[in-house]
Design a protein around this ligand. Sequence first.
Ligand SMILES: NC(=O)c1ccc[n+]([C@@H]2O[C@H](COP(=O)([O-])OP(=O)(O)OC[C@H]3O[C@@H](n4cnc5c(N)ncnc54)[C@H](OP(=O)(O)O)[C@@H]3O)[C@@H](O)[C@H]2O)c1
Length: 298
Amino acid sequence: MSDILIIGQHGQVSTYLQREMIALDNVKVAGRDEIDLSQVDLVYSALEAIEPKLIINPAAYTAVDAAEQEREQAFAINSLAVGEIARYAKDYDVPLIHFSTDYVFTGDSDVPYSENSSVGPNGVYGQSKLEGEKAILDSGASALILRTAWVYSNHGNNFYKTMLRLSEQRTELNVVNDQIGAPTYAGSIAAVTKQLVDLILEQGGLKPEQVGVYHFTCQGQTSWAEFARAIFVENEITEMAVHGIPTSEYPTPAQRPAFSVLNTEKLLDVFDVSLPHWGTALSQCVAETRSVIDERLR
Ligand SMILES: NC(=O)c1ccc[n+]([C@@H]2O[C@H](COP(=O)([O-])OP(=O)(O)OC[C@H]3O[C@@H](n4cnc5c(N)ncnc54)[C@H](OP(=O)(O)O)[C@@H]3O)[C@@H](O)[C@H]2O)c1
């Protein structure tokens, strides 16, 4: 038996959650060898074998472009398997924390999306994540669905690490400047999720009025080009010119939302917590980058 189960082992959010939870007793991390979300029929029995008392699911099929070709796999992992996790959570009365995405929205807005804004995913990834949200809501499980966006960190594949890698090879970069969002450090996601976990443990579960969808990003907004410039400034990389380009000059198989800023007031109203401003979080990530480098040099 395990009290807190984190599904997915090496993902960005999972990695930082594990760091946050390290001091807690009885936290279990299930990798694909134990819970393979693509094996939908086996998910429920795998959970029965573990007997978690609280489930956190940061695992997902996150390859946004590949999803356009791998629709079945994306839906299996992001919606059907999530339905099985929710069914277990309902049957065994176990609270569930699940992560979703800004890609449930079209991106046509110019004001931050609230949890009540109409959804309309542009591509397969967003559709599959939205179906996962619906499966949880339909199950009646006691769940928090945390929609995050533009996740980056010192771990895994993400925009922050790509910029640092490219800075070693080039002195000029073209970066999209007409997509607007809130870069969100996985460390910030994990820190605030830990606060929610503490509250759930203290309360002995979620109150009915706490259950539902929450927007869960860092504060503020910027473009990818401005974010890239901030990454270089914070990392004291001076030999790099960032040229802003329109999305039309950087076509991708899956369409990205042009505007994906999420209004996070509900999280503050209900739980009295919030993620930091994206600039503050970036400084924290850079401090971590430096400590990782220092560690290597030691
Ligand atoms: N990255 C973003 O920019 C972004 C934006 C908005 C929302 N989100 C959402 O935030 C959450 C966390 O994202 P992330 O950036 O941490 O994702 P990530 O780094 O891509 O990690 C994905 C995780 O899912 C696990 N996984 C994938 N297929 C699996 C399978 N068949 N069975 C079991 N586990 C499987 C991976 O397992 P392994 O450990 O074996 O690799 C990994 O732990 C996801 O729900 C994602 O949809 C992410």
